[in-house]
Design a protein around this ligand. Sequence first.
Ligand code: FPP
Length: 217
Amino acid sequence: MDGNGRWARQRGKARTQGHLEGLSAAKRIVKAASTAGIRYLTLYVFSTENWKRTADEVGFIMGLVKKYLRGELDFYRENGIRIRHTGDIAGLPADIAGELASAMEETAAFTGLQVVLALNYGGRNEIVRAINRALSAGETSVNEKTIALYLDNPDIPDPDLVIRSAGEYRTSNFLLWEGAYAEYYVSPALWPDWTETEFHEALASYGRRERKYGAVL
Ligand code: FPP
């Protein structure tokens, strides 16, 4: 969800204002994904590298997460949306981890769209944690199947599409393992400007792709 800072700067506003608008955009896209019948949507909210930002900005984003988890509960209930998490929960502030745990518990039985919040998430970090879990479980060597089994959400299928806003052509440590064969879509639109129109354009672009998984078709 890149471009919140640029969106704010273009308007002479504080970066935090960009994140606030980014939260509104996230709500729009969750709604659009739910309506479109998407099964899983992972939102990259806060990376393992984002702690390098100022304490004010970090605190503001964490506050938005809390607000989102609490404020959207009725919406999840009405739409059968299940909340999940990926990332290193141990490194999150206790109050955020607590909110996350209760949102996950309250929505655990819902069978509609699953929204995975990537919070304190890094793709390399997830792979390292998976390998350590495998070792703790007594595995003596790992292969692709065992690593996949110890990822944060082993039941969630690999993503078909990774969408990037604000015109950036990089992975930013997002779903490195799971996204090995994902299609990528980059839009110049800054994240706060995203509406269901941009989302449907991304889906339409995906619909035109020919997926080969390394084979010759
Ligand atoms: C990246 O843009 C954005 C973030 C690090 C924060 C994303 C957070 C939200 C959208 C709000 C919380 C959302 C939910 C669903 C709880 P940037 O700040 O790097 O933008 P820039 O590159 O233009 O400076």
